[in-house]
Design a protein around this ligand. Sequence first.
Ligand code: ZN
Length: 131
Amino acid sequence: MPVEGGAQVFFEILDILGRGARLRCPCCGHGRLFRTRFRIHDHCLACGERFEREPGQWFGVIYINLGLSGILPAGGYLFLDAFTALPASQVLGLLLPLAALGPFLFFRLATGLWTSIIFLGEGLYIQWPNR
Ligand SMILES: [Zn+2]
């Protein structure tokens, strides 16, 4: 039985992270996280879950965004190195714009994943202030 319980928790965590990756509320999965391209709702419009639980919470988004943004040029480098004979200057010319665009491309995904991680860490604070 503990294996089934552990597997259930694992799939529940994956589901919550998936909700964040789909830019939905990690609590209910229905409400949208963003009200504009770069602005997030204060709370879920479907269930009322607060997305920002404390000041400075969004600092973690930077680390996730940095990691995701680094995967793109690193993967591109490995791909180009393995399958093409391009000189380093051309590889750099291709990957540098990709590296510069990464933080903008992955901002929403990083925010969604971070919101899910925060929810997983503090999701049991049902009586959070101002809620
Ligand atoms: Zn919700």
